[in-house]
Design a protein around this ligand. Structure first.
Ligand SMILES: *Cc1c(COP(=O)(O)O)cnc(C)c1O
Length: 387
């Protein structure tokens, strides 16, 4: 069996201190012991998200927090604008429609990014919009969005800027408060280096004013219950039983991020992104996203390569697990993450393995080309230096 390398944009590998923290005996959650851990986790999340807003922790996957965001800010019969550029941003529209909310879908071809000027136009055309729903890192295509520029447009209106940063937060720069993000949605199993099962929301005062206006079509996901427990007499509490073993693990992963510094974490992803893109291009492959995110890279399979067979072989032969394309992109692209525990040598090894498998499958490559280009970028040299 080859050594396993999990290189997918979630779930991702979990650092050892977090794994050990989760192995401890279960405690009760209505205790000062748990509340101390939870209070520290809330501070860590605020730091990673760069926000002073309330941060709420849900026991659910990321999609649960997307649903919570929608039902709390948009009453049945209200209107939202959905910035649709892939599988995950399309989910905003699916959730909205399920709850009888009108979704004005602004769809761009997959691989393209949303233009902020289009959002400004749409807001003018739909002045009754309660929220604009978008994505920081669209993990299905590898696109990174200009969340700041869109936030500046939305902030001029009464609408809320609701951002799926499930994989993006911690993987690329995300300044929640400065970028006017009213509801930030994040998941545990991506750049926060924790197993699946927790989701987070950072909610602005502007969003709370909207949330106060109506009773949401939700009970478990009624965000007011969560806010009241955080600010309640006991402090740092949750309305329902939280997945507190995961919260203990998250505490350790957040400590690691804080020790490194969030700016250093972002800079590392950005460097690995540049190295990955250089390696991919040196192999003659095409980066799929028109505006690539810093946390991941999506790559088009070369003509004549069976994408599914390639991914299977890469995993069986070298233990490298990449994600394939979803829905329309199935068999068309592969997706590779460079955040969390992924380091420089993981990227060099993954690029080398990709090249080896392409070679085995009969695609013309010069072995070592991709790793060399990535290594030069890591060394701060031009990707095509010393050729
Ligand atoms: C992973 C991911 C999701 C889905 O999260 P689940 O935890 O699977 O519910 C949504 N949006 C983005 C951008 C993601 O990367």
């Amino acid at each position: 069996m080859p050594k396993r390398r999990l290189m997918t944009p979630g779930p991702t590998q979990v650092p050892e201190p977090a794994r050990l923290a989760m192995a401890r005996q279960v405690i009760h959650h209505r205790t000062p012991e748990f509340r101390a851990v939870f209070a520290e986790v809330l501070l860590g999340l605020k730091y990673v998200f760069q926000t002073e807003n309330d941060v709420l922790v849900l026991t659910s996957s990321g999609t649960g927090a997307m649903e919570a965001a929608v039902v709390n800010v948009a009453p049945r019969g209200s209107k939202v604008i959905v910035l649709e550029s892939g599988v995950f941003s399309r989910r905003w529209a699916q959730i909205s429609e399920r709850f009888g909310i009108q979704a004005v879908r602004h769809a761009v071809p997959w691989g393209q990014a949303i233009e902020p000027a289009d959002v400004e136009r749409l807001l003018a055309e739909h002045p009754d919009t309660v929220a604009v729903l978008g994505t920081l890192m669209e993990s299905s295509t590898g696109v990174g969005h200009d969340v700041q520029a869109i936030g500046e447009m939305v902030a001029k209106t009464d609408a809320l800027w609701v951002v799926d940063a499930i994989s993006g937060a911690g993987a690329m720069q995300c300044l929640t408060d400065r970028w006017h993000i009213d509801v930030l949605v994040v998941g545990s199993q991506k750049a926060l280096m924790t197993p699946p099962g927790l989701a987070f929301l950072a909610v602005s005062d502007k969003a709370w004013r909207q949330v106060e206006r109506a009773t949401p079509q939700a009970f478990y996901f009624d965000l007011k219950f969560h806010r009241d427990k955080i600010h309640g007499a006991a402090g740092s509490d949750t309305p329902w039983t939280p997945a507190h073993t995961l919260i203990a693990g998250l505490g350790e992963s957040l400590k690691q991020i804080r020790a490194e510094g969030i700016e250093a974490v972002w800079a590392n992803s950005a460097l690995l992104a540049r190295a990955t893109r250089a390696g991919v291009q040196a192999m003659g492959l095409e980066v799929f996203a028109a505006r690539p995110a810093e946390g991941m890279t999506a790559v088009r399979f070369p003509a004549g390569i069976d994408g599914k067979a390639f991914l299977k072989r890469l995993e069986a032969r070298f233990g490298v697990k990449l994600a394939g394309g979803q829905l329309e992109l199935d068999g068309q692209i592969f997706r590779l993450a460079h955040f969390g525990l992924v380091d420089e040598l993981d990227i060099i090894a993954t690029l080398a393995a990709i090249e080896l498998v392409l070679d085995e499958m009969g695609h013309a490559v010069t072995l070592g080309t991709a790793a060399a280009a990535a290594s030069r970028v890591i060394q701060g040299k031009p990707a095509d230096a010393d050729k």
